[in-house]
Ligand binder design. Sequence first.
Ligand code: ADP
Ligand code: MG
Length: 693
Amino acid sequence: MRPAILNPLFAPATVLPGVGARTASAYERLAGPLVVHLLWHLPSGLIDRRHAPKVAEAEAGTTATLTVRVDRHQPSPDRRRPAKVYCSDETGTLTLVFFHAKGDWLRQRLPEGSVRVVSGRVEHYGSEIQMAHPDHIAPLDQRESVQTVEPIYPLTAGVTLKPMTRAVRAALARAPVLAEWIEPRLVEARHWQTWSQALTAAHAPESPADLEADTPARSRLAYDELLANQMALALVRRSARGGRGRSIAGDGRLRRALEATLPFRLTESQQTAAAEIAEDLAKERRMLRLLQGDVGSGKTVVALLAMLVAVEAGAQAALMVPTELLANQHAETLGTLLADSGVSLALLTGREKGRARERTLAALAAGEVDILVGTHALFQKGVDFKDLALAVVDEQHRFGVHQRMLLARKGPAADLLVMTATPIPRSLVLTAYGDMDVSRIEGRLPGRAAVATRAMPLDRLEEVVAAVRRALAAGAKVYWVCPLVEESEVVDLAAATDRHATLAEAFGARVALIHGQMKGLEKDAAMAAFAGDGADILVATTVVEVGVDVAAATIMIVEHAERFGLAQLHQLRGRVGRGAKPGTCLLLYAAPLGETARSRLNILRETDDGFRIAEEDLRLRGAGELLGTRQSGMPAFHLADLAVHEELLAVARDDVRLVLERDPELESERGRALRTLLYLFERDMAVRYLRSG
Ligand code: ADP
Ligand code: MG
């Protein structure tokens, strides 16, 4: 259970002043739904009101806090012209300008003859010194509270600075004093403040330098987040490794047979990866290994080799994939490869129902199925293996850590291999997976041509359509991916349906449509039509991103490419150029392009090295571009910026190792504080892996 001391932070943000029922959703998009998320919403700028010159010295274009006497009101003569309030000090006259102001409101705030402190932007109009709509108007005794530095927060439509500032202040006021969870020597060495001090400091910048990610305050907060991340991953991993492992070793019989039937030779990189996995399986401890390889690098056959080790050893293996589409495809590919091997393979997705499902489940429990391929259905109740020795999870970023573990638990000591096509920079594997063993497949498969990549503004759509027409005449197959309009399938769907309609009009019936809301069978039909002879163009929402393999497809068109993340575009591009024919990738963008979007498209044109792209992605996202985060499988951090705080990550990992050696159940005083930290960063699930969690 979350410690009660954190409760004030885990109330909905609507308890805060400044967050109303109407603006709640805007706050949620910007920061998050809870009070705690506003703590993480750090300022992106500041307004310095400390400058307090005399009126005559106030420079145009600067922000200043002026102390003046109110001399005279001049109401607005008509609706288009402003009301003016003439004020002065001993050096000159300041004209306050107000559009659409109610006269009595002005007179209340600025009574004639009174002295007022006003703060805002100074402008000169001819000889007149003006301030339009001062940000602050206060009596003299409040000068100190006006003459300060104010943080500027990132905002969005529907949320303006004043209520945001109020909400954040109120959130800060709710933040409790918490026991220190960082190793004391580290705190000392880095000159860090306590958590609450650092939080307060991060929200009260005094100069632009205080807004940098590497200030002590922001570094400490980033470290907190990284520490929570590493601790959570370590606990999950320990639980996965926990219990006894088992040694799985085969005699190589099935693997040799498979290699003999493969229509290609394994690359060196594939062989190395397969050998590393086999070696790990043979160890007594539980395997927890990541197989990393770019899209189309040939991970599937490596996974199959691993699964065959389990079968050779007389046990079972499972392959879990995120979509039915992929499950079907894998079952088919693997089925073909295993045709004469005597290995029995079964498919289990949400779609297998009734008798057939019962038969599969019975065969699985009896050990008559050697390899089970399927979706989330695999780790559900009622799916019982006779002896699951190896669980493989493909495109793992589509699954939560917890789901992977559920699958591994289907066997008494099952080894776990997770595969990802997200080429995460080596150093960052740590944040996504923790301290995990890694095998990598690098390099391009033999016979693969590079994909020519071009970017084009969307208003040249007609040219694109004409080019597609020529390509189709030459026998090409084309993916046409429609934009991620919003986080909503419904809106995406409308875009894809519209595009499908216009293309069908241009090209006749040979255009298929596939999207996330279609039923499984419909999707299969569309996919089959495209893979076979039925369709030449496949209009899709991003469902095609995940591992679909149509060797004949050579053209990938992405509409509104500027809305996709770099990693995602790279994945999409990986769908073409899989056969012997060279591929083309056309990135259509809405002009004008923003700077980040332009860099992103340029990088794609320059390289198809997934690891380089990943590093650039990270760099760009460090610059505040978040679009690709969700798709890239990287955990989203609120406070840590890996481009800046990478060094802290290794420190956090090492610290977590030490702590867990000394205090494996986090029961010491510091251990308790670390539990609180896990809750603070919403890693509640990880706490459950502790005794008395
Ligand atoms: P991914 O890593 O994206 O899962 P796949 O395993 O689907 O990639 O492999 C992509 C394609 O490459 C498949 O059609 C597969 O049969 C083929 N392939 C795999 N290994 C080799 C190889 N060594 N030489 C040639 N083709 C290969
Ligand atoms: Mg794959």
